[in-house]
Ligand binder design. Structure first.
Ligand code: UDP
Length: 375
């Protein structure tokens, strides 16, 4: 059976942001792409659908945020954003706290009212915990940034259920994703540009891929015909799991997976916020999203709530988060070396690069790759 039926210039494996941006830009250069996607839809984990007039994010809350003006301008070609600013509330055994860690959190936790009082409290707790020097893991990093009370109520339980391992065995960079600030500011991100597309994310991909030079085939498994694809196409952009590409020859990279459970209610407002994190160790889910609150223009009458449950990954489940600890980072380097030798194949995206990428970082990486390809 022939696969490169139309003299395609590129085979793109995966219709997520990396592959879709590549195809879109290649088309601008007159190049023809075939995208194959193993799922039944485009957009990867950014995929959203509309239900009861509400945009539901099928693969968990996606808030676009960036400091990169080029990326922001780029994505704005395909959609308007709604100005949503993420402000997460944490529920620890019935106590409510604002996130990320800021003066509101410090006031709620300790009653402190000034930045000086908050800083003193944190310094005392850090000293009492005996933390000094460069933090060696997430636990030390967290205590050194915000002290032991916040660590034990808002971080430890959430982190250990999210990742399925001890906070003392996780890399410190994961907690540095969250801002710590000594102002009364509940914005979950520090980035200049932020929002959610007014009509959901899927339209971005509909527009990107709407070209005579791009064909998309869904429900297609690259591995069913890997050798033929590699032989027939002049170049392959591969955005799947890098270890799978090499038949797991050095062993499996670890991922963390999640699963979602949704419910619809006859209500306009069930939980009063877009995202509530459950930060104790016992609640089996990490967070609950109420989709209508991501979009003030959502239709009234019904509301949809989704609970996010972390779970172990195996080959039958979706890989969401790479576990960038030392063992996996070392293993990834071995696969990376093999990838570098594949002249025909470019590895991209969160799974192809085994990186905890935010959406804007994937956009940026894809735009860089395209610039190099067509320079
Ligand atoms: N985190 C936490 N408590 C929270 C929220 C986040 O301890 O209430 C930690 C947790 O380790 C998590 C990390 O901060 O994995 C990064 O959080 P973020 O919200 O960026 O995770 P994502 O949205 O990518 O799942």
């Amino acid at each position: 059976m022939k696969f490169n039926t139309k003299n395609y210039d590129y085979l793109i494996v995966g219709a997520g942001p990396y592959g879709s941006i590549f195809a879109h830009e290649a088309a601008k250069h007159g190049k023809r792409s075939l995208i194959i996607e193993k799922r039944s839809h485009i957009g990867g984990n950014m995929y959203t659908h509309k239900e009861h007039g509400i945009n539901v994010h099928d693969f968990g809350a996606h808030i676009f945020h960036t400091d990169n003006k080029e990326v922001w301008d780029y994505v704005n070609q395909f959609t308007e954003f709604n100005g949503y600013i993420n402000q997460v509330v944490a529920n620890y055994k019935g106590e409510l706290y604002n996130l990320p860690f800021n003066m509101n959190t410090f006031y709620q936790m300790w009653g402190v009212k000034t930045p000086e009082e908050a800083a003193a409290k944190i310094a005392d707790q850090k000293a009492a915990a005996g933390i000094s020097g460069i933090p060696k893991n997430l636990e030390e990093q967290a205590i050194s940034l915000i002290g032991t009370d916040i660590y034990s109520k808002l971080i430890k339980g959430y982190t250990e259920k999210q990742w399925g391992r001890k906070a003392s065995e996780l890399p410190s960079f994961i907690i540095r994703r969250l801002p710590v600030r000594y102002t009364f500011d509940n914005n979950y991100f520090n980035h200049r540009y932020q929002g959610v597309p007014v009509d959901g994310y899927t339209v971005i991909f509909d527009k990107m891929l709407n070209s005579e030079l791009i064909d998309v085939q869904t429900n297609i498994d690259f591995f069913a015909n890997k050798e033929e694809y590699l032989t027939e196409f002049p170049k392959v952009i591969y955005t799947g799991m890098i270890d799978a590409f090499f038949d797991y020859q050095f062993g499996e990279l670890e991922y963390r997976s999640v699963r979602f459970e949704s419910e619809t209610f006859e209500s306009d407002n069930k939980q009063g916020n877009a995202v509530i994190n459950y930060t104790d160790a016992e609640t089996p889910y990490t967070r609950v999203m109420e989709w209508r609150h991501f979009d003030k223009k959502a239709d009234k009458g019904k509301t949809i709530i989704t609970k996010e449950y972390p779970q172990n990954w195996d080959r039958t489940k979706e890989a969401y988060y790479p576990v960038n600890d030392k063992r996996n980072s070392d293993l990834f380097k071995k696969y990376r070396k093999l990838a570098d030798k594949q002249e025909k194949v470019l590895f991209g995206g969160r799974l192809g690069n085994y990186q905890y990428y935010d959406m804007d970082q994937v956009f940026n990486a894809a735009l860089k790759a395209v610039a190099k390809e067509f320079s």
